[in-house]
Design a binder for this molecule. Structure first.
Ligand code: DGY
Length: 329
């Protein structure tokens, strides 16, 4: 009996050809509708491998019920949607897609910062809506980016790459991270500071920290009130790292100047969400890694990881480092 792979979203056929030649492969039929819980649970019970999206919750039940399950390959660098602890106990390899998306996600993060600072989205809508009647001295005047201070919270690979972009804008770079990065500090002239100092001194606060129990609601009411009134907050990590109501209140009270958000507590965000009513909020639909080149590379990496595990080898990008390959019968 061939191993069975279930893919939770419709992907281009060309991406899965290699797997189809060796295994039985089934895909959820929709590209833009997530697989239902019922279908996911039923498929996971039969599957040797799951190819998942960040919108799928891979919980304890899925991992313990899936008797044949050997690998979950997630199309994202973040894996907060997967119960990694249970996966390890159950001997299931969890794989993600780091590295291949670093530059692309950093580009989007910096682009979001620029859009929020220079009011690019608002200005583009202004032109398209026919509101542009004449050049005027302060028309849609935004905030400078160059020579300002950027504070990066979560200095992983994407954070470092955002910092690299910031050097091109002559920015002062502050960062806060679980570990200090002396080599990167030297290369990019970045300075390690406490979270409180970063919040207080930065003109742009960029959140790139993964979602963990420790970072949930890290950006609280108190944190937003400690920011400069001219500060712009950018989130390209995960929505639940911020208290959205507190962010809304800080923006409406003029405690901070603006926000650029690629991620939300609940995705997709409801169009009636109060944050979407604010002109100083740039909101994107979680597209950090979404370029054709990068999404293609991410899909390929997931395929390689699944095939490696099913062949009894180590996958390229393993999350639960304690996992060991299966010995072939
Ligand atoms: C991921 O892959 O985890 C990020 O959200 C990039 O979009």
């Amino acid at each position: 009996m061939k191993p069975y792979i279930y893919i939770t979203r419709k992907l281009p056929e060309a991406m899965i050809e290699a797997m189809q030649q060796k295994y039985e492969v089934k895909m959820w039929e929709h590209e833009d509708i997530p697989v239902s819980k019922e279908v996911l649970y039923a498929e996971a019970k039969k599957a040797d491998a799951l190819f998942t999206m960040l919108s799928d919750q891979i919980d304890e039940q899925i991992l313990t019920d899936g008797n044949r399950l050997k690998v979950v390959a997630n199309l994202a660098v973040g894996f907060d949607n997967i119960d990694v602890k249970t996966a390890s106990i159950e001997g299931v390899a969890v794989c993600n897609t780091p590295d291949v998306l670093t530059d692309t996600t950093a580009d989007l993060t910096f682009g979001l910062l620029m859009a929020a600072a220079r009011r690019i989205v608002e200005a583009a809508e202004y032109v398209k809506e026919g509101k542009w009647k004449s050049w005027s001295p302060m028309l849609l005047a935004g905030h400078d980016i160059h020579h300002k201070t950027i504070g990066i919270v979560g200095m992983g690979k994407i954070g470092e790459t955002v910092a690299k972009r910031a050097t091109g804008f002559d920015m002062e770079i502050l960062y806060h991270n679980r570990t200090k990065k002396p080599e990167m500090e030297q290369q990019l002239g970045a300075k390690y500071v406490s979270f409180e100092e970063l919040v207080e001194k930065s003109d742009f606060i960029v959140c790139l920290t993964p979602l963990t129990p420790e970072t949930k609601n890290l950006f609280s009411r108190e944190v937003f009130s400690g920011m400069k009134q001219s500060a712009i907050f950018i989130n390209a990590s995960r929505g639940p790292v911020i208290d959205e109501q507190a962010l809304f209140d800080a923006l409406t009270a003029g405690e901070i100047a603006g926000a650029g958000l690629d991620v939300f507590e609940r995705e997709p965000i409801n169009r009636d969400h109060p944050l979407l009513s604010l002109p100083n909020v740039v909101a994107l639909p979680h597209i950090g890694s979404s370029s054709v080149e990068t999404r293609t590379a991410m899909m390929k990496l997931c395929v390689e990881n699944i095939m490696a595990v099913l062949e009894g080898n180590m996958p390229k990008t393993l999350v639960n480092k304690d996992w060991k390959p299966f010995v072939k019968a």
